[in-house]
Design a protein around this ligand. Structure first.
Ligand code: ZN
Ligand code: ZN
Length: 345
């Protein structure tokens, strides 16, 4: 089959289409004919060599949708022709974390698509059934592919981790990416007042369209003062930190006492200087948020299918454009999601 293979870590130019052996499903697995695979900033970080569980040559991509074309020997719940979309990572379904509904903390099986598992920048992909959910018949493939990591992450961040309540004020950094736009939408849907921060004035319109009440455009990432102005000097109840280290200090300054910071992205893989005093006197809660559970994927697919969350697929590109897609993402030229499809020409 054709696949985009990352031959060595580093530049986007190391991504190239080549012919590789066809994969086959083992026990507990299905083979998907890949119809669409989202290009996520996680893939850029992975490509650079920042994720220790990936080894090259690698096939990236964890945002995959496609139809089942072969099932493993013991698989009875999935059949040829079924439509599936992947979670980012697996979980065992039986450990204390999984029993508590927190599959994204499962350590017994934490394999990630595009890292230990071959990903979806390819014509076909093997998927363990613990890592897939069912796609409605009339949902477009490129939408289905991106629901988990955008809308699914938004469900995890806004509802599960952020516990955002009606009437709360929510700050979203890195708001114009795929996760950001869906987070803005869901927070608004759930009754919050949403302030979005973006680095580009060109992206403000998309953020207002997604439901942001206010958009703060800042190239130098110095936004705490503006947030305080927008909140009558009070600060926000909840911050969804999608950028990570580059904005974290400003985000902390923008919090009201008792606020909750949900950290879901760290684009530059950097570290932060944290003044514990600020966390102490404001009694801030700093909460991590990672991946999506099968239940959250189902919720996200249902919200998207019902039209309550609008997908933001910007463009569908052929596999050979994978490197170009990475470069556009790194240059912050993309509002929403780029999707690769083996069917695109
Ligand atoms: Zn993703
Ligand atoms: Zn588990």
């Amino acid at each position: 089959m054709e696949a985009v293979v990352l031959r060595e870590f580093g530049a986007a130019s190391h991504l190239a289409v080549q012919s590789v052996p066809d994969p086959h499903p083992g026990p507990g697995e299905v083979l998907l004919r890949v119809r669409a695979c989202g290009v996520c900033y996680h893939d850029v970080i992975n490509r650079r060599g920042s994720l220790p569980r990936t080894s090259v040559p690698a096939i990236l991509g964890h945002e995959v949708a496609g139809e089942v074309i072969e099932v493993g020997p013991d698989v009875t719940t999935w059949h040829v022709g079924d439509r599936a979309a992947t979670l980012q990572r697996l979980s065992c379904g039986a450990c204390p974390s999984c029993d508590a509904g927190r599959g994204s903390l499962c350590k017994r099986d934490n394999r990630f698509f595009g890292e230990e598992l071959a990903g979806g920048y390819a014509a076909m992909m093997v998927a363990p059934i613990a890592g897939i959910g069912r796609v409605p018949d009339d949902m477009a493939w490129e939408v289905a592919a991106t629901v988990c990591c955008t809308a699914g992450t938004a469900v995890h961040v806004v509802r599960t981790r952020g516990r955002i309540r009606r009437g709360e004020t929510v700050l979203v950094t890195g708001a114009s990416g795929g996760v950001g736009l869906q987070t803005v939408q869901l927070a608004r849907l759930d009754g919050a007042r949403v302030i979005a921060v973006t680095s580009s004035p060109l992206k403000a319109r998309a953020l207002y369209n997604a439901g942001a009440h206010e958009v703060v455009v800042t190239r130098d990432l110095d936004f705490a003062q503006q947030i305080r102005r927008h909140t009558g000097g009070e600060g926000v109840d909840v911050a969804i930190e999608i950028v990570g280290s580059a904005t974290f200090a400003q985000t902390l300054k923008a919090m009201r006492p008792g606020g909750r910071v949900v950290v879901v992205g760290n684009l530059e893989s950097g570290t932060i200087d944290l003044n514990p005093g600020l966390v102490i006197v404001k009694e801030l809660e700093i909460l991590g948020a990672y991946a999506t559970t099968q239940a959250e994927l189902e919720t996200a697919l249902a919200l998207t299918h019902a039209g309550l969350l609008t997908p933001f697929v910007t463009e569908v590109l052929p596999l050979r454009d994978a490197a170009a897609a990475h470069i556009r993402l790194e240059n912050r030229e993309v509002a929403g999601r780029l999707v690769l499809s083996p069917d695109a020409i």
